[in-house]
Write a protein that binds this ligand. Structure first.
Ligand SMILES: Nc1ncnc2c1ncn2[C@@H]1O[C@H](COP(=O)(O)OP(=O)(O)O)[C@@H](O)[C@H]1O
Ligand SMILES: [Mg+2]
Length: 280
């Protein structure tokens, strides 16, 4: 077995709890999550499920060092990330790219799509010349299934699904080895959701990208992920192979989550017969 891309061991993170801060003392620390362990192999996919406030987004921020964790270990290809120097951290962060829930708020409204996609190249000093940059943007647009004509448009001129693809194209600009997708299908209609999931699956299959897919949509996680981790109030309730957990959830909390969200069997033939999942 090769060294995993990521090894997470007993990761924990606390943040100042502003809700309980008194005027004269520093805010007490609040445990956001604790004892989180998992491995992510190159090209594999992990689903992170949990109700709102369970710590999913904070975990994503910890993995990408936006909020460095205080406890536990984080290894990237066997090396301790928390011991990385500045240059190694920058490289690590370029390899593990995040895609956010709401592309409208993560895309600059005054920046053309082409500039948004090229921005990471510029930031990393990889903006060689204008024609290289243009080719690269066109290539990335095509990779995520967008018409290259959209390059000169602004975010508000695109649909929600198209904007999410721009977010993915931007994340791909630095050729990462893993993507962390945080609720990226929320707010999209069912068919746009299915197309985003198909794109992520294609990136995984064709380019070997590993994927951490954070969602409260169990049917999407089931269709996309090999492994699943169920979080509740910052603690792991259950984790393991997706097939196992979806067919035989061990924990009552997991069963409740599944009951709360009806799980439609994916039925591709119904879609292929020309039905729209929206019923229109
Ligand atoms: N910057 C922050 N400072 C203090 N508490 C935070 C911060 N960000 C999130 N939290 C708290 O951490 C918990 C988990 O939040 P979050 O990671 O956003 O959960 P999820 O993504 O699962 O909805 C929540 O109780 C939230 O209030
Ligand atoms: Mg969140």
């Amino acid at each position: 077995m090769s060294t995993p891309l990521l090894q997470v061991k007993d990761l924990g993170l606390s943040l100042p709890d502003m809700a309980h801060k008194s005027l004269f003392a520093p805010a007490p620390m609040k445990r956001i999550f604790r004892n989180i362990s998992f491995e992510l192999q190159a090209g594999s996919s992990l689903g992170v499920i949990g109700e709102s406030g369970s710590g999913k987004s904070t975990l994503a921020r910890a993995l990408t060092l936006i909020m460095p964790p205080q406890e536990g270990e984080l290894l990237f290809r066997g090396e301790s990330v928390l011991g990385f120097n500045e240059q190694q951290r920058i490289h690590y962060r370029s390899q593990l790219q995040m895609i956010f829930q709401d592309p409208m708020s993560s895309l600059n409204p005054r920046r053309r799509i082409s500039d948004t996609i090229a921005q990471p190249l510029q930031v990393m000093g990889r903006e060689l010349n204008a024609s290289y940059r243009r080719d690269k943007v066109m290539q990335l647009l095509q990779r995520v299934g967008l018409d290259t004509k959209l390059a000169s448009r602004y975010p508000h001129q695109l649909s929600g699904g198209q904007r999410q693809r721009v977010g993915i194209a931007r994340a791909l600009a630095l050729q990462p080895v893993a993507l962390i997708a945080d609720e990226v299908t929320s707010g999209l209609d069912v068919s746009a959701q299915a197309r985003i999931v198909a794109l992520l699956e294609a990136l995984r299959r064709e380019e070997g990208l590993a994927l951490i897919f954070i969602s409260h949509d169990l049917s999407l996680v089931r269709s996309l992920c090999d492994e699943v981790l169920i979080l509740r109030q910052g603690e792991v309730m259950e984790q393991g192979a997706a097939a196992q957990i979806f067919s035989q959830p061990r924990h009552a909390y997991t069963r409740d989550l599944m009951d709360a969200i009806a799980l439609p069997e994916p039925d591709a033939s119904w879609l292929e017969r020309g039905h729209s999942p929206l019923g229109n």
